[in-house]
Design a binder for this molecule. Structure first.
Ligand SMILES: CC(C)(COP(=O)(O)OP(=O)(O)OC[C@H]1O[C@@H](n2cnc3c(N)ncnc32)[C@H](O)[C@@H]1OP(=O)(O)O)[C@@H](O)C(=O)NCCC(=O)NCCS
Length: 178
């Protein structure tokens, strides 16, 4: 449930997050092309939705219309967030956070404990959202984006338990060396 008051009225009564299907392709492409200056291609997205067992792709729906989408790959315990976007008229009402939570939950079910993404350095709303969910900047790739040579910020959330430095050194193995 996402409700945002505008003039005292809720903007959305409810939002449902569900797995995307081929039938969502037109709506997903509209969102990609509206939200990104370098959108993913239709072929890439369709493959991720329909054929790629390493990917998971979700849409957010309100009043029967798709208002957001998000996709990721999970490989060897690492989740790579590929895209997350909300139509401009539905932003700042919690939809992006719902999509991100869905990605994190699904990735965890698939065995991920490390989450990675790249985001334009100027994208304060997205960076704010990722920080809210525990992501931290670990690197900056200079002039990464082709169209305007903008830097990419690499963000990571790592839920792997921290290993004590001496874990694995058994007391008896130390005794043997004495
Ligand atoms: C980034 C994006 C998905 C956020 O979606 P959203 O539905 O507006 O986000 P939410 O309402 O769920 O907000 C979640 C958090 O994001 C941050 N946030 C959202 N909009 C923000 C803004 N305009 N300025 C600063 N922080 C913002 C806040 O931390 C917010 O938490 P809060 O409401 O408790 O303050 C949306 O702005 C978008 O689609 N942008 C274009 C596509 C894009 O850049 N995607 C990311 C690519 S890496």
């Amino acid at each position: 449930m996402a409700e945002a008051a505008a003039n005292g009225e809720p903007r959305m009564k409810w939002v449902r997050i569900r797995a995307a299907s081929r039938g969502d392709m037109d709506a997903v492409m509209d969102i990609e092309e509206t939200c990104f200056s370098l959108p993913w291609s239709r072929n890439d997205i369709e493959r991720d939705i329909a054929d790629n067992i390493l990917s998971a792709y979700f849409v957010a729906e309100t009043a029967g219309a798709v208002c957001g989408c998000a996709g990721m790959w999970v490989v060897l315990g690492e989740c790579h967030i590929m895209t997350i976007a909300v139509t401009p008229e539905h932003r700042q009402a919690g939809v992006g956070a719902m999509l991100l939570m869905k990605l994190l939950d699904e990735a965890r079910l698939r065995g991920a404990s490390r989450y990675l993404l790249e985001v334009r350095a100027s994208n304060a709303p997205a960076i704010g959202m990722y920080e809210k969910f525990g992501f931290k900047t670990i690197d900056v790739r200079r002039a990464y984006y082709e169209n305007n040579k903008e830097d990419a910020v690499i963000m990571e959330r790592n839920d792997r338990p921290v290993q004590p430095v001496d874990e694995g050194i058994r007391a008896d193995s130390l005794d043997e060396k004495r």
